[in-house]
Ligand binder design. Structure first.
Ligand SMILES: Cc1cc2nc3c(=O)[nH]c(=O)nc-3n(C[C@H](O)[C@H](O)[C@H](O)COP(=O)(O)OP(=O)(O)OC[C@H]3O[C@@H](n4cnc5c(N)ncnc54)[C@H](O)[C@@H]3O)c2cc1C
Length: 456
């Protein structure tokens, strides 16, 4: 028989959501046990040591000033942010041509106006989406019956306009416009506060990163919880419940509690078996919320040569391999780091390629943007999150047509003694670290309300 453990609340998943929930529950006097499949905490946040005390983020990285949940948590944990380098020209590679620009690229005013109109139209529709119930938005059924691509075919006239929509879908949601419901896009825009918040650096989601790497937030939370409260290498396979008790079965362990918080993405929650089975709509939700596709690539150079040439390291492209790049090196200092996101169709294509070819294609894209020196990094790091067993894609889930209106009400509704957390269940900054923290706080509050005050 597997050894048995007990706690008031069993938390499944030691990502930011699960650890936040556990921290809040423990702070309120409840005993917690966090079961984590991997041999580390953090989930979709992961540090890669660069030596000399420096760490690069292989997973979630950027944080913006409007993300008060994650910023508040990091401040409580004594972690500071540092700005992303943004001075200089940005590169736009579009239809085979390379443009460098500050502000707005010099392209046909007609095409620029068309792109602007498309974004404005999406934002206007997004304002009417209630964040806690997108399925109740005016016109929700129609918006959830078509994809972003369907909408763009009718509403966008120029090639640049279509590219703006594609780049948004690939860069922000990590899927093609034909894979995601228009209603989900509207929810996502509203959840973050608009297009500018999602796509820009200064004053927006890509403004800063956490000094020392985002995984430190998870590591500090786990340290505070104490070693007995977090069990690593414990993939949960089965969860049983009676009216008064939850039993969580993990590799080599059986944990009993009064409630459980399931803090994993919907697709992974659907791989756990439940006894009694989940309500049909909750199970179908897990079947209808695929993860995006991202390979995150980092090239480390002896010096940030692009800065000397007047570039800020940011590129956006409709060409092959990395279609979005950033400079994520230290704001000042000798070395330089270019970050490239390979997403959506390109991520699936390059995930199938052999690693040497993938690396060559990614570096070739960097070289197209910033010159031949970009093809010769001192170090190269990549992580294909679609291949990662305990994530199976990122940044988060995107909802295809039908998911919100058919299964949305099941997203956060507890199933008996089981409560749901994870960034996908957030109302603000869903898909982001901020949303993960918000979801953990909300799930902990639900559990505390259900359990009442602990005995003195
Ligand atoms: C490449 C990449 C770039 C990103 N960039 C940004 C960014 O710049 N800014 C930003 O805010 N966000 C970003 N994100 C998203 C952000 O990282 C996530 O939204 C956030 O970390 C999700 O936290 P979570 O706790 O909800 O889920 P997760 O981090 O996925 O945590 C779930 C945990 O559950 C565990 N688990 C899964 N199944 C089981 C099981 N059966 N039993 C036990 N444990 C299980 C997993 O191992 C994991 O530790 C990025 C993500 C990736 C991958």
């Amino acid at each position: 028989m597997a050894p048995r453990a007990e706690a008031d609340v069993i938390v499944v998943g030691a990502g930011l959501a699960g650890l936040t929930a556990a921290r809040q529950l423990q702070g309120a006097g409840r005993s917690v046990l966090v079961l984590e499949a991997r041999d580390r905490v953090g989930g979709r946040v992961l540090n890669h040591s660069l030596g000399g005390g420096q760490a690069a983020d292989v997973g979630g990285q950027f944080v913006g000033p409007a993300q008060r949940h994650i910023l508040g948590l990091a401040a409580e944990l004594g972690l500071a942010t540092q700005p992303i380098f943004t001075s200089g020209l940005t590169i736009l590679e579009f239809a085979g041509k390379r443009h460098s620009y500050r502000g707005i690229p010099r392209l046909s005013p007609l095409q620029l106006a068309d792109s602007g109109r498309a974004i404005f139209a999406l934002e206007r529709m997004a304002r009417r989406v209630p964040l806690d119930a997108p399925w109740r938005a005016p016109g929700a059924t129609a918006a959830d019956s078509r994809t972003l691509a369907d909408w763009a075919r009718r509403s966008v006239r120029t090639r640049l306009g279509r590219f703006a929509i594609e780049a948004f879908s690939r860069g922000v949601l990590a899927c093609e416009p034909g894979e995601v419901s228009l209603l989900h896009v509207l929810f996502y825009l509203r959840s973050a506060g608009g297009f500018r918040q999602l796509t820009e650096t200064s004053g927006a989601a890509q403004q800063d990163r956490f000094a020392g790497g985002s995984q430190l937030i998870a590591i500090r939370m786990a340290e505070q919880l104490g070693p007995g409260s977090v069990r690593l290498g414990a993939p949960v396979t089965r969860i049983g419940q009676t009216p008064s008790q939850v039993t969580v079965h993990a590799a080599g362990l059986e944990a009993a509690g009064r409630r459980a918080v399931i803090a994993v993405p919907p697709a992974l929650a659907g791989r756990i078996s439940y006894d009694p089975p989940l309500p049909a709509d909750r199970d179908q939700l897990t079947q209808a919320a695929p993860m995006g596709s991202v390979i995150k690539c980092l090239a480390v150079y002896d010096e940030p040569f692009w800065r000397y040439a007047g570039y800020n390291g940011q590129a956006i492209s409709d060409g092959p391999a990395a279609q979005v790049t950033f400079d994520t090196g230290p704001p000042s200092g000798p070395s330089g780091i270019l970050l490239g996101f390979v997403t959506a169709t390109e991520a699936r294509r390059l995930a199938r390629a052999d690693p040497a070819r993938r690396r060559a294609e990614v570096l070739a894209s960097f070289a197209r943007y910033f010159g031949p020196a970009a093809a010769q990094p001192a170090d190269y790091i990549e992580h294909d999150w679609t291949a990662d067993q305990w994530t199976r894609g990122c940044y988060g889930a995107h909802f295809p047509p039908g998911t919100w209106t058919q299964f949305g009400p099941a997203l956060r509704r507890p199933a008996g003694l089981l409560h749901w957390a994870g960034t996908e269940t957030a109302t603000n900054w869903s898909g982001y670290m901020d949303g993960a923290v918000q979801s953990g706080q909300r799930a902990a509050s639900e559990v505390l309300a259900a359990l009442g005050s602990p005995r003195p």
